[in-house]
Design a binder for this molecule. Structure first.
Ligand code: NAP
Length: 300
């Protein structure tokens, strides 16, 4: 398969590239060569390279949730320009050149509040108003809408709390952060009242490849088949990876979010992936199974 991978230097995109087969041809331009916020740059890149790829995966995004919040409401800011305008530019170019597009999105498009809690199915209605959604989530939501409007041939893949065993030096993922905090004796209490569905990035990559083989558009949820809490996840992970029990203290996300100046986050943001599994004929692993796999790979 011939891919154009945008955001190939990121946490998820780089693992996609690492796990691709020798037979796959991958174009992975840096932001300098293909800046998705610049419609002219995108159009030019597609025109010049259109024969070198059939499928586009857009992993590029502004992903720093707290950083994004500082630009709340700013449609000229870099968060909007990447997550909304950039997503649209890529979708339009794919539509123009008939390329199958996978656009990556997030559980942060849902409020995940007590009033409107998950689990959210693939067909769950997205909020019409920003309300208490983080700016990051809102820009990803508007990005999804723009992508759908621009392109009939698109798969939108929502995922959450990605982690990988293969080292990624630029940032710590959800699981590695817990290990690092524990190793540095800085482990803080983990939320016991937050419900979430993480994803092992290697599993996500397999699912993306399957979607590419089927070339079937729609909305997909790619996460573990069951949900957990950060407290439960951290306790199990530390038991398996470090052989310690009872070292994690319980924290409350509800209390944490009450403090002034906090960025809103889904505390009940579970993604339901049953429809995705059915459509793709795949069975996703449970969160404990993927922690086991993560630890196995770490020890290799
Ligand atoms: N990480 C999470 O917790 C998480 C959870 C759920 C969903 N997601 C979604 O998964 C996708 C990938 O996330 P990630 O964590 O792998 O992201 P990441 O590590 O932050 O990487 C983002 C990538 O986007 C590139 N990029 C930024 N601005 C660009 C631009 N203007 N033009 C072209 N490329 C640009 C970056 O390149 P440079 O490094 O060169 O700037 C980087 O390679 C995103 O859509 C994100 O919303 C992430």
């Amino acid at each position: 398969m011939k891919y154009l991978v945008i955001g190939a230097g990121g946490l998820i995109g780089s693992r996609f590239v690492e796990l691709s087969k020798k037979g796959d041809k991958i174009l992975s331009p840096t932001e300098k060569k293909l800046d998705i916020t610049n419609g002219t740059s995108v159009a030019k890149y597609f025109k010049q390279n259109k024969d070198k790829f059939d499928v586009v995966i857009n992993f590029a995004a502004y992903t720093n949730v707290d950083g994004a919040e500082r630009q709340r409401g700013n449609k000229k800011g870099i968060v909007w320009r990447i997550n909304v305008d950039g997503a649209k530019n890529v979708a339009e170019a794919c539509q123009k050149y008939g390329k199958f597009l996978i656009h990556i999105s997030t559980d942060f498009v849902f409020p995940g509040t007590k009033e409107k809690p998950g689990p959210y199915s693939e067909s769950a209605k997205l909020p019409e108003k920003m309300g208490g959604i983080a700016w990051y989530g809102w820009t990803k939501l508007v990005g999804e809408r723009k992508v759908k409007n621009a392109n009939k041939y698109v798969a939108i893949v929502r995922t959450a709390y990605p982690f990988r065993a293969a080292l990624y030096k630029q940032k710590l993922d959800f699981a590695r952060n817990i290990l690092s905090l524990y190793d540095d004796a800085k482990l803080y209490p983990m939320f016991a009242d937050q419900k979430m569905t993480p994803v092992f990035i290697d599993d996500l990559v397999k699912v993306l490849k399957k979607i590419v083989r089927l070339k079937k558009g729609g909305v997909y949820h790619v996460v573990t088949s069951d949900s957990t809490t950060p407290y439960e996840f951290a306790s199990y992970l530390l038991e398996k990876a470090r052989g310690v029990k009872g070292v994690v203290k319980k924290g409350s996300m509800e209390d944490f979010l009450k403090a002034p100046g906090r960025t809103p986050r889904p505390s009940l943001g579970v993604l339901d992936s049953r429809k995705t599994q059915k459509i793709l004929g795949m069975r996703f692993r449970t969160w404990k199974q993927v922690v086991n796999e993560f630890v196995r790979q770490l020890k290799e």
